[in-house]
Design a protein around this ligand. Structure first.
Ligand SMILES: Cc1cc2nc3c(=O)[nH]c(=O)nc-3n(C[C@H](O)[C@H](O)[C@H](O)COP(=O)(O)OP(=O)(O)OC[C@H]3O[C@@H](n4cnc5c(N)ncnc54)[C@H](O)[C@@H]3O)c2cc1C
Length: 448
């Protein structure tokens, strides 16, 4: 009798793989070990739970543990941590409520995700200082805000999580200060986006402290002040959102190779250097569609898609996990900000391109149709080949147009080919020339 398909981690990557494998081969034994209690949860929705847009944490769960067990026949074991992998013996060691045991596998998927980085700050252990990466943390933050009704909030880090939490805590009545050590917020989105977002945050009453490094927090048991650059300011709550690092220790200790980014190295099928061990999601690398190099961009679709593909591969239909373009979108109060591919000229040069870029402002709807607003579209291309390398979109309406740019990257289109795409038009939705087409037209002119 063969051994089961074993999965470590019960969220996006892990449960997608489990569900797909079971659907493809119903008689396959699939065992999932999840060290926590939550499975198949949308971490992406947590800021909106704290804000009050989502009523309960349970609303963020896509499929309940009971449904996985009863309807999908998946052997899902919450409260079980995998503490070691032995690739030679094809077993994992599991620590569960009844002690340790060995679980054999035929195929293994490491879907251990990432963890919030905890910088070496003073006062990280004070009450009211949080990171937000799992559901329990979201629960604690919401409970703390409800109990203490903070007047002032310090957000450390101007990435997408920091910006979403700034909106959440401002909506809950706090005076929000956002600290970012770099010259701009949303660094991966490029300057054109960052400047629009910064103006908007300012207009919304968020106090931005750019090029300001926080060193820690002080208070008597509970946070009272945030410390930065030799100064201090009052803070009743702090959210530290300075990025994530992939959870790779389990794999690395077993001799699974890491890639140049520090995440688990995988091939196009999500396979590691061990034939029967796969890795997917926030703990793993993926191939960047523009550079062709390994990259680590921990986002939800990447995890779901790779998990699903691996579920198919282990059941006999080899399926590539797909390339990534780093396509991302974030809501900052009334703005949408989005990016895909390479938006930074320095990075484009490092990848061997000769970048040319344009930024244009255009209306999101026909100029005479009510309700439209200005949209800034930036596109970057390679001078010699005309190939599109990346882009960004920011505005109150229509930032999801980034998907057009992302599709162009996946199809390796030139700027001229993008310019000639047949996109939808009617006055309530777009000008005749969609802003993405206008940007492509201007960039094509510059390339000529
Ligand atoms: C606040 C926030 C907002 C986000 N917003 C967005 C967004 O808007 N758009 C977007 O694309 N992405 C967003 N993300 C990122 C997205 O949530 C992740 O990319 C996605 O959850 C990754 O899924 P995963 O399965 O790889 O890892 P995870 O979701 O981290 O799941 C890994 C699981 O493995 C378990 N585990 C780890 N080690 C072990 C072990 N040894 N044994 C057993 N179990 C283990 C963990 O408990 C965890 O449940 C957001 C993330 C956060 C934190």
């Amino acid at each position: 009798m063969s051994d089961p398909f074993v999965i470590v981690g019960g969220d996006a990557a892990g449960m997608s793989a489990a569900s797909k494998a079971k659907r493809e081969q119903p008689d396959l034994d699939v065992v999932v070990f999840e060290k926590g209690d939550w499975v198949s949860y949308a971490a992406c929705g947590m800021p909106y739970y704290v804000k009050g847009d989502v009523d309960t944490l349970e609303d963020l769960v896509t499929v309940s543990p009971e449904r996985f067990r009863e309807e999908r026949d998946i052997d899902l074991r919450t409260g079980h941590e995998v503490v070691a992998i032995d690739p030679a013996a094809e077993t994992v060691t599991v620590a569960g409520p009844d002690g340790r045991f060995e679980q054999p596998y035929d195929d293994l998927l490491v879907g251990t995700g990432a963890s919030a980085i905890e910088p070496p700050f003073d006062g990280l252990g004070l009450d009211g200082v949080f990171t937000i990466h799992d559901m329990d943390e979201a629960d604690e933050i919401e409970a703390y805000v409800s109990e203490h009704e903070p007047d002032s909030a310090a957000i450390v880090g101007g990435g997408y999580v920091g910006i979403e939490m700034a909106e959440a805590l401002a909506t809950r009545g706090a005076d929000v200060h956002l600290y970012e050590m770099l010259p701009h917020v949303l660094q991966p989105f490029g300057e054109a986006v960052a400047e629009v977002v910064e103006d908007h945050l300012d207009a919304q009453g968020v106090d931005l402290h750019l090029e300001t490094a926080v060193s820690g927090f002080t208070g008597d048991g509970k946070i009272e002040r945030v410390e930065f650059e030799g100064e201090a300011a009052p803070a009743d709550i702090a959210i530290v959102g300075v990025g994530v690092s992939p959870n790779v220790d389990l794999a690395e200790d077993a001799g699974i190779e890491l890639g140049p980014t520090g995440a688990i190295a995988t091939d196009e099928y999500g396979r590691t250097n061990d034939e029967n061990v796969y890795a997917a999601g926030d703990c793993a690398e993926a191939r960047h569609v523009v550079t062709g190099e390994s990259d680590h961009v921990p986002l939800a679709l990447t995890a779901n898609r790779a998990g699903r593909a691996i579920g198919q591969t282990v059941t006999g239909t080899p399926t590539p996990v797909g390339d990534i373009a780093g396509t991302a979108i974030v809501k900052a109060f009334d703005l949408g900000a989005a990016r895909t591919g390479i938006v930074d000229e320095g990075r484009a040069r490092e990848a061997g391109f000769d970048p040319v870029s344009v930024s244009i402002d255009a209306s999101s709807r026909a100029h005479y149709y009510p309700g439209g607003d200005e949209l800034t579209v930036t596109l970057l291309a390679d001078r010699e080949s005309g190939r599109l390398l990346g882009g960004s979109v920011v505005g109150r309406e229509g930032a999801k147009r980034i998907d057009t740019v992302a599709m162009a990257l996946h199809s390796e289109l030139t700027v001229t080919e993008l310019q000639n795409a047949d996109l939808a038009y009617a006055p309530p939705f777009s000008p005749v020339w969609d802003p993405v087409l206008t940007a492509a037209k201007v960039l094509a002119g510059k390339l000529d």
